[in-house]
Write a protein that binds this ligand. Sequence first.
Ligand code: FES
Length: 172
Amino acid sequence: MKCNRMVDVGRRQFLRGGLVGAAGAAAATVMPASQAKAQGLARVDYPSNRLANVADLAVNEPLDIAYPDADSPGVLLKLGAAVDGGVGPDGDIVAFSVLCPHKGWLMSYNSGDKTLNCPGHYSRFDCEAGGQQTWGHATQNLPQFELRVDDQGDIYAEGVDELIYGRLSNVL
Ligand code: FES
């Protein structure tokens, strides 16, 4: 008998909790204007920076660059075969941050397998697959710089697809 009463009390408390939860969910769907505005401000305006000209690049020879500012080192690569996100006449030009997403060590390019390799804890990132991590400790893929090539062959960086290591915002 006592046991049945306990079950009944537990059921009522569960139902009450469910109602409170439903009310909270309904309130959460209406976002205050101030919160919506704050989210809008979180969007980043990236600079359009000229990195090099197509004629400056040789297949599989990395060119040091920096984007979106001088404190964010990166590498510009002509991979030799078209890849997703690649630009230029052959669709094979890409650019990445060389700061490891794990703890910010400076990475180097391995032309043998077209990866960026970290000397810190050995993470590896595939430059032919959008900077996908193939090994290691990092918890995100490598930030890739979004590129555009104009009629003269000048290559511009105009965005970044992941958070650059050590930053709360890619543009400071
Ligand atoms: Fe690159 Fe740890 S800093 S794997």
